[in-house]
Design a protein around this ligand. Structure first.
Ligand code: FES
Ligand SMILES: [Fe+2]
Length: 405
């Protein structure tokens, strides 16, 4: 793996360590542009194949104005479509997760679709002029299953999720994600703040010793953040021979049986792989946790995830998994509070700018990538209302001209 350094990342940021200006966290036009340019063009994690084991099982995700349904086909294939009826645009399923019997039946007037998206039946079809059924199937979305994890992409082209995560492939392969099953209920936090406030907190481990005392008790100062040349991030902490102080952490360490399916090097590690803009895959020796951060509107964002584990009948493993959930739910609640305080700060008249340390290189890497995609975020003040997109376009043009010269 080729790692980059804090020095290289800050150099790319023009030598500045002051992060993104406060206006970028409080601007509806920018949220719209970020949704369009960043989220709709990149892969979004939806779930795992064990969430939809049978033909007709489905799971949905809404992102801004877009809605996706991922559904298991008759032969076991996983496909994704816009969750949009071709009759009048209703959702074709009313729930976020569920099962369709024989067909997907729109809850509005009952148009039905096969699991491969083809239009199956129109109630009272003679009331319509003759239509070519082949033209009225559900609209397909890019869908990729990688190590059992399901991703969709709303629009745009580019590298596959497997290519994006290529440097994580070797390590993730150790965990046999494909054979894992859903563990525990999925979780979700809804925030009334900008999605970047959530990402910024999540992109650095500098806050772990103070912000997450129990997590710190598990890993101590072994916790490290790494950013790879390719832009993906890896963080890890080890609890090998760790003498923990808090009962919950002691319980987890002592309950955890040998995870024999892993090499010894990975039996006492917690590892976090992060992919721009908001996917995190966490590898524990007892299970995995995956989550995604994304905007759902102006000052509206979501952090949603789920855990998956290999079948393991050992009672100690079940105890360790329960302790793990307790630790991580605590970490989640602590992060929710930290995110809210950071976002409040970004709205305060006294907020000036931040000062990033070398330990916050993940924040810098993320913001560098955002500045590349949406250069307008580098401006100290917001463009005039109504002109953000054109100001951004202008900056891209100038950058292209300069780099061509
Ligand atoms: S909108 Fe779906 S059947 Fe009418
Ligand atoms: Fe955190």
């Amino acid at each position: 793996m080729q790692f980059t350094t804090a020095a290289a990342l800050y150099e790319k940021a023009g030598g500045k360590r002051n992060g993104l200006p406060a206006w970028t966290y409080n601007n509806a036009e920018l949220t719209e542009l970020e949704t369009e340019q960043v989220f709709l063009r990149n892969w979004i994690w939806v779930g795992h194949i064990s969430d939809i084991p049978e033909a007709g099982d489905f799971q949905c995700i809404d992102l801004a104005n877009e809605r996706a349904i991922v559904i298991r086909g008759e032969a076991g294939e996983v496909r994704a479509f816009h969750n949009l009826c071709r009759h009048r645009g209703s959702r074709v399923v009313s729930q976020n997760k569920g099962h369709c019997d024989k067909a997907i039946v729109c809850p509005f007037h009952g148009w039905s679709y096969h699991f491969d998206g083809a239009l199956k039946n129109i109630p009272r079809a003679r009331s319509f002029p003759e239509i070519d059924k082949a033209k009225y199937g559900l609209k397909a979305l890019d869908c990729e299953v990688w190590h059992g994890l399901i991703f969709v992409r709303f629009c745009g082209e580019g590298v596959s999720i497997a290519e994006s995560f290529a440097e994580a492939e070797e390590e993730i392969s150790l965990y046999n994600l494909t054979d894992m099953k859903t563990y525990d209920e999925p979780w979700r936090f809804d925030f009334d703040l900008d999605w970047k406030s959530v990402i910024d907190i999540d992109n650095e481990g500098y806050h772990v010793p103070v912000g997450h005392p129990q997590l710190f008790d598990l890993t101590g100062s072994s916790y490290k953040d790494q950013v790879l040349e390719s832009g993906i991030a890896r963080s890890y902490g080890s609890f090998e021979n760790r003498q923990a102080k808090t009962p919950l952490i002691q319980n987890y360490i002592s309950a955890l049986p040998e995870s024999n399916y892993l090499p010894e090097s990975h039996r006492h590690l917690w590892i976090y792989w992060g992919l721009f803009p908001g996917i995190v895959i966490t590898l524990f020796p007892d299970m995995i946790e995956v989550y995604q951060v994304y905007p759902t509107g102006y000052h509206k964002s979501v952090m949603a995830g789920a855990c998956y584990a290999l079948p393991d009948a050992r009672a100690e493993m079940e105890s360790a998994r329960q302790y793990n959930r307790e630790i991580n739910m605590g970490v989640g609640e602590e992060d929710v509070q930290l995110v809210k305080w950071a976002a409040e700060g970004q709205r305060s008249s006294a907020f000036d700018q931040v000062l990033l340390s070398d330990l916050e290189l993940g924040v810098c890497a993320f913001q560098n990538r955002l500045r590349e995609l949406i250069p307008v975020v580098a401006l100290d003040t917001a463009p005039e209302t109504g002109s953000l997109k054109s100001a951004n376009q202008k900056m891209i043009k100038i950058r292209n001209l300069t780099s061509a010269a």
